[in-house]
Design a protein around this ligand. Sequence first.
Ligand code: BGC
Length: 765
Amino acid sequence: MSWIVKDLQFSAEKIITGGNKYMTGNGYMGFRGTLEEFGKEQLAAVTLAGVYDQAGGKWREPVNAPNALFTRLSCNGKRLGVLDAEPLSHSQELDISCALHKRETVYGISGGELAFTAERFVSMDQLHVLVSRLSLAATADCRIELETGIDSEVWDINGPHLYGLQERHTKGVLLAEAVTGELGLQVAVAEMTTCHFEAGETSGEGGARRFIAFDVKAGEVYEWYKYAAVYTELDCSEPAESAVQNVRTAEAAGYGQLLAAHREAWAERWKRSDCVIEGDAAAQFALRYSIYQLLIIAPTQSEKVSIPARGLSGQVYKGAVFWDTEMFMLPFFLHSDPATARNLLMYRIHTLDGARRKAAEYGYLGAFYAWESQDTGDDACTLFNVNDVFTGRPMRTYFRDKQVHISADVVHGIWQYVAFTGDDSLLADGGAEVIWECARFFYSYACYNPVKRRYEVLDVTGPDEYHERVNNNAYTNALVRQTLEVALQSAELLRAKYPERYEQLAGRLAGGPFLKEFREMLAGLYVPQPDPQTLLIEQFDRYFILEDVPLAELKARVIHPNEYFGGGNGLATTTAILKQADVVLMLNLFKSTFSQEVKQANWEYYEPRTEHGSSLSPCIYALVAADIGSPDWGYPYFMRTATVDLTGESKQYVGDLYIGGTHPAANGGAWMAAVLGFAGVLFDGKVLRVQPALPELWTAVEVPLSLHGDSFRLRVSREEITVSAAAGNREALKVSGCGSRDQLCQPGAMLTLRTAGAAGASAAE
Ligand code: BGC
């Protein structure tokens, strides 16, 4: 079964999408899948997680570090690179089993051919280290000059971010140091090159470049290695020193040893997360690739950063963290790597003050989380987030002001974590405060309608961004209800288990609104329900009276290929066409509280009306299709989600705004569709329920699961469900599936449940 992503020719048109497709990274930094000779014009970038900078009045965005793996080749005085000379052959490849990137390019040279190879990785074992092994061999003697070292000309969308650049060469180490403009943070990159052949080296004028010249004999292989280390002042007080020290240690360890440790770290990650699909190689590959994308951006070592909407693939979307993390990526981490899941939620705890500032700015209480969150939690989202393609003017959008569901999404994430892992220390570590502050925000945001005698949530934007400033969005109201419930439950839990912490935190909020008010609001909160006749849930008040135009007809009205369907006068705003799953997403979140008939009626109603203008949307339709027993309706949506970064076929522009990059929410959505959808896994913290609905091609799904701190393997086929519990597990797991009553899976045991169609009844071993 292949783990290799590969292209067998170079195509200039695919440089940008290739940069996403061939991404490597380790959660500390992302390295775009560019070629060695590429520079900022080709969007080469080493994007640092959690390091942000604002240049002038432009959008604040992550900082890209200088690229220490830069290498350019000249042969007999002529530059050789895919941009300068048409290669005789070229391949680019990524081994997703261990995040190893390779390229091999053969060029014609006078009297023969020259093959250039480069293999590289961003170490998963040592998060500051990047390494590459390069080689060349020619069929004719020639003179080669390598220009390598550190390329400090970094790609920026809204830069420049690095000032006072100093480049030095000391005792074999090149060092590029600079400070960021806004916060004055030092960024340092060190590099060493070791050649395994005789060569003359000169360094450029004070720059961090090496010029290495040598004579190549036909038939001989020339190999050299590059080691690099990246540090910023967020990591340590002397980043330059650390970078130099680290690069020396890396060089001393050598490529082989670093690669072995890197491979081992990757093997460990796959062991916890690989999901096997039997019977469908294309789906298997796409799912693994999606998981790979999540693994290269997971903040395994830091609770101060979360995952931006475009991962670490550059500065798109300001490197900001959206609801995407809690609602689309968190489930993968919860089931495979709870420690990283905890980090993602700790990030929200660390940014609570920013959310408090935002609530206060709008005149509300509590915490209103940033729609686009960076290091401080202050909102990076602007009031004019899209440019009108017709007038060129910034368009007023209400993502920042009105997508209040973000605070409820954060609460949902925290509660999922606590229920799922049983680790309630997160509440004591600040989670409870976040939950209560979000509940206080909603208490101050909601309106009491004295005529209808109910609390309503008015003037909001739900997940469907094409309809801004609506009243009683079903998704938002359902999540606000959950926030209030969780606020009350977490108070009880904290009071019982961490009484001192409870007193300390609750004491601060005693003046209210607090539990009494939450209870009162919960009792009177309006949450749109299914219509008794049609079973449909109205997306928001008056949605059903909007123009019910078929999607194809709406698209026929488009004048400009990049025009925005939402905003003040976007095409979709007066119609029932929605950008992305909204009611259907809500049905998925609260799947056990709605009947199959309600889920089916709403899926069938909303599906033709959904434009999937966001990459977050298709996976939700796959999930609910599986839930209503129609996995083959969902299968195309799964494939679309799982291949988004392989095909590069996603929206690249909204208005004139470039939004390319990787799609971690879709990557997480692919995992959700496969495991929570088709394999039908549902763990509520107490019982593992498995209700599979496999697509036609799939014969089985097998996945490791971490539940409540214990490890299991689940295999779901058409005939049976098998759960194997690791011997070291602490507790027996209650499992239900195939219509059987709950059964216990003891530590070290294997439990098999047979489907009604299979021979024999349920059996436990
Ligand atoms: C979607 C949002 C999403 C954002 C970042 C937008 O297009 O509508 O729901 O959070 O992209 O992925």
